[in-house]
Design a protein around this ligand. Sequence first.
Ligand SMILES: Cc1ncc(C[n+]2csc(CCOP(=O)(O)OP(=O)(O)O)c2C)c(N)n1
Length: 394
Amino acid sequence: MAKSDPAGTTRGRRAGTRSARPGGKTPVTGDLVQLLTPDGDRIDQVTWHDGTEYRVDFTDEEYRSLYRDLVLVRKLDAEATALQRQGELGIWASLLGQEAAQVGSGRALRTQDMAFPTYREHGVLYCRGIDPIMPLGLFRGVDLGGWDPNEFKFNMYTIVIGAQTLHATGYAMGVNMDGKTGTDDGEAVIAYFGDGASAQGDVNEAFIWASVFNAPMVFFCQNNQYAISEPLERQTRIPLYQRAAGFGFPGVRVDGNDVLATYAVTRAALDNARHGQGPTLIEAYTYRMGAHTTTDDPTRYRIASEVEAWQAKDPIARVRTFLTKQGIADDAFLAEVDEQAKQEALRLRERVLEMPDPEPLTLFDNVFPNGSPEIDAQRELTARYMDSFEGSAL
Ligand SMILES: Cc1ncc(C[n+]2csc(CCOP(=O)(O)OP(=O)(O)O)c2C)c(N)n1
C-alpha cells in the first residue's frame, strides 16, 4: 500500500458545512482534491496547486440520484460476483470500492464524449446508459460484450493492460483532425486505466502522443493501490499524478472515494480538453476492496487491517451520511433505493440464466468488417468438422 494515505485526511474540512449551497472560503488542498470527507462533511471548494478551483453545485435531487447510482452499481456488481461463484460466469472483475471514481467520472462525461474502459468500468458503463447485462455476456463467454461503442460512446472492454490509452489517444487525435474541439459542444475522450497500467510502455507512449499533438484527452487512472498482488510502491516512487509534468500536461489527484470531487475534477478536465487545452492526467486515489478478479485471493498479499482502514472511507457510506445529516434523504428514500437495487439485481440474475449459448459458427462473424477468404475457409472447415459428429453418441 502507499506510504502516505491522502484519502484519509480531512485537510481543508469545514465540519458541518452545508454544501448543497456552496459559498465561503476556499481551502487549498495539499495533495488531493476532496469535497466530501469520509465523515460525510462537505468542503465547499478546493484549489489545486495550479490554481484550478473545484466545486460542485448539485440540487438535492441530483445528490439523491448520485447516491442511487452508487448503490445500484455496487449491488449489480455483487450479483455478478455471486453468479461467478455459482458457475454462471467464467470470471468477474469487481468494482467494489471504486464506485465513486466510476460514477463520478462517468456522470461527468457529456453525451458527445468518448470513453475507453479497461475491464472493470461497470460503473461508467452504467452511467453511459448501457444495459448492465452487457458485460455479463462477455464474462459468461456467450458474446463479445454486445454494446455498440459508437452508439453509447463507450468502447469495448480491453483486457490488454494499458492498450486502450493508445486507442483513445489515436481517437482523440482524430477528433482534433475533424475540427471537433474548441467549442462548448466539442468532443473529449477519456481513457481509464489502473496504477499497474501506469508502468506500461503503452500508457507512457500515449502520454507523449497526446501531449505533443494536444489531443483532447483525459487520462483517468484509478489508483486502487494494487496491480493484482503488486502494491503501488512497485509501480512508482512518486505520486502518479506528478508524472504528467514530465510529459508536459497537468496532473491532479482526487479522492477517488469521493463522488463529488471525482465529478468536479473530471468535468473540468474534459471541458479543458474539449476547448482545445489538451490532456490532463487524473489520479483517482481509491482502493480495490475486493479481489482483483474472482480468480484471485487477496488475503495472500494484504492484511485485514488495511482493508478495514479503507472500509472506513467507503465511497457510499459517506454520501449516505451526508444526505441524512443534511436532511436531503430520509429512511424511506434509502429503503426505496435498496429495494430497487435488490429488484434490479434479481432481474439481472434471471436474464443471465436465460442467456442462450451462441451458435459456434458465429465465432467467425465480425472478424473483418467485409469478411475475408481465410476466415470463410476456416468457417467452412469448422462446419464440416462439426457435421462429422452428426449421429454420433457425442
Ligand atoms: C499487457 C498485459 N500484461 C499483463 C496482463 C495481466 N494482467 C491482468 S490485470 C493486471 C494488473 C492490472 O493492474 P492495474 O492496472 O492496477 O488495474 P486493476 O486491475 O487494479 O484495476 C495484469 C498484469 C494483461 N492483461 N495485459
